[in-house]
Design a protein around this ligand. Structure first.
Ligand code: PGA
Length: 260
């Protein structure tokens, strides 16, 4: 069972950052899987604070993003290349050559997925993958119906995702309809999954992902197949969990020797 922890968004960010920075201290060649979207923004800020305050060497840390729009310019402020550059690479002080996002270039569509998988493998795999979840249950850009064994490939976004992401663009018509995303199989190969969700709009997806049937109709439910999942959600995102009281009880009684 995933470990499910209820915290405010700020507390969750601090807890996630502490875990990640301690892991980097223990392994300077740590490979961090990063997500875009609003959910992990505070986590990156907290990691940056700790790295600075504790003078942590991040020169060998590698990062891999989950996904990218297809056909967007890398210079576009909403390309995930730029979003990761601003929030992760520059803020935390990672070396740009150690930070990877899938290629948005239409010319490389046929090979970009396999190339990205090869890069992740060559880095030794992702040590910890940060995950948000969409209202429709997507993780990365794996929309409902995605194979639970999928690798990095091109997908078509749902109307709901286009609507959710329209806030970052001038209009919904400017949101690219295609993306390249790590597959669910790729995500499941990471050694530790850290799923974060905040707000009432995520409550249904979180309950389905953590307590519902494992199904490609709710791609986030694939985390139940992974042996090491930590879900940190705020009270609103956790409000539809049936066994909420038990998760709280488990956490209150967490042994001091048991890291997340
Ligand atoms: P959000 O998106 O973090 O902006 O809510 C999550 C997702 O779509 O995976």
């Amino acid at each position: 069972m995933a470990e499910i922890i209820i915290k405010s968004e700020q507390e969750a960010a601090e807890m996630a950052a502490r875990t990640i920075v301690d892991a980097i201290k223990a392994n300077p060649e740590f490979v961090l899987g990063v997500a875009t979207g609003s959910t992990p923004i505070k986590v990156y800020a907290e990691i940056a604070k700790l790295v600075k305050a504790e003078n942590v060497d991040v020169s060998k840390v590698k990062a891999f993003a989950l996904d990218e729009y297809v056909g967007i310019s890398k210079d576009h402020p909403e390309s995930y290349y730029q979003v990761i550059k601003v929030n992760v690479t520059d803020q935390i002080g990672l070396r740009p050559e150690n930070v990877n996002t899938p290629s948005p270039d239409i010319k490389t569509v046929a090979t970009a997925g396999a190339d990205y998988e090869a890069k992740i493998k060559a880095a030794g795999g992702v040590d910890l993958q940060i995950l948000g979840i969409g209202r429709d249950g997507h993780v990365g850009f794996n929309e409902p119906g995605s194979s639970l064994a999928s690798s990095t490939r091109i997908k078509t976004l749902t109307q709901e995702t286009l609507e959710d992401n329209a806030r970052f663009f001038d209009s919904i018509d400017d949101v690219p309809k295609h993306c390249i995303t790590q597959g669910i199989g790729t995500i499941l190969r990471a050694k530790h999954l850290l799923l974060l969700a905040f707000g009432e709009s995520k409550a249904e997806a979180i309950a389905g992902a953590l307590e519902g049937a494992v199904t490609s109709s709710l791609p986030g439910s694939a985390v139940q197949l992974h042996p090491h999942v930590t879900a940190i959600v705020d009270p609103a995102a956790g409000s539809k969990l049936k066994n909420l009281e038990y998760y709280k009880w488990v956490y209150e009684n967490k042994p001091s020797w048991d890291a997340i």
